[in-house]
Ligand binder design. Structure first.
Ligand code: KIV
Length: 261
């Protein structure tokens, strides 16, 4: 477990994390960022689902195992899909299947007060768990209904409580999704495990984004405010496809260079 040291609050630099669903992307990311997450966002990002509730154990097993083969240096995190950790027994059974099949360093589960017993059970069974709080996408059928949390005192208090409870029960990190800067700062200053934010401000100990959003590979036009587009793959790839199509029509491709004699 040497790599897990990255998840110590004292680790000097902010923690970087991106998602990967395929070996080719995992290969690009490995060693260049601290954590690679096989997120259940693959449901909406890769499979075109409306939400993540249709993501199955089989999907996570296939993508998790394929990604795992390419990761040698970064820490590997895998999401447990919707309804696979509703109670202690299911959670442990499914966690063991994912751990055996995909060999992640950590599992991530979406936490509410009710799910804390599941977190405790997995930790008691010596499983490394990241507690995902704030906006927990598995609770939404309609992503348009998602709203930022932590604006009211009640939300702030509840999130801080969940984060502290996650720490006490042994979570290795807390992932904060769509949380106001003030609340993220408060939580980060009051827990001794790292906070990793997505739409949760610079005050977190680390940041995560969906890789497809980073390079504009995601066909979903409505990107949340927190998504920064670093590269327009969509535009470049569209031009490449048009060029290929043109060359095929003009019989320029394949030229002799690409032909067996
Ligand atoms: O599934 C996922 O990709 C995630 C990130 C959005 C943090 O949970």
């Amino acid at each position: 477990m040497k790599k897990i040291k990255i998840l110590h609050k004292s680790f000097s630099k902010p923690i970087s994390c991106l998602t990967a669903y395929s070996p080719s992307i995992a290969n690009i990311l490995d060693g260049k960022i601290d954590l690679i997450l096989v997120g259940d966002s693959l449901g909406s990002t890769l499979y075109g689902m409306k939400n993540t509730q249709g993501v199955t154990m089989d999907m996570m097993k296939h993508h998790g195992a394929a990604v795992n083969k390419e990761i040698k240096k970064s820490l590997k995190v895998l999401d447990m899909p919707y309804k696979t950790y509703d109670n202690k027994i299911d959670a442990y059974r499914n966690a063991k299947i994912l751990l055996n099949h995909c060999k992640p360093d950590l599992l991530k589960i979406e936490i509410s007060e009710k799910k804390l017993v599941v977190l405790k059970h997995l930790v008691d069974k010596k499983i490394n768990v990241i507690s995902h709080i704030g906006v927990t996408p598995q609770s939404y059928k309609n992503f348009n209904k998602i709203k930022v949390l932590g604006r009211t005192n009640k939300e702030k208090k509840n999130l801080l409580k969940l984060a502290k409870e996650s720490e006490t029960l042994g979570a290795k990190a807390v992932l904060l999704e769509c949380v106001t800067a003030n609340t993220a700062k408060l939580i980060t200053e009051n827990v001794s495990i790292p906070t990793i934010g997505i739409g949760a401000s610079k005050y977190c100990d680390g940041q995560v984004l969906v890789f497809d959003d980073l390079i504009n590979l995601n066909i979903n036009d409505k990107k949340p405010k927190f998504v920064k587009n670093y590269f327009n793959f969509n535009k470049v790839a569209t031009n490449v496809v048009k060029k290929y199509n043109r060359e095929v029509k003009l019989k320029k491709f394949p030229s002799t260079k690409f032909t067996y004699n």
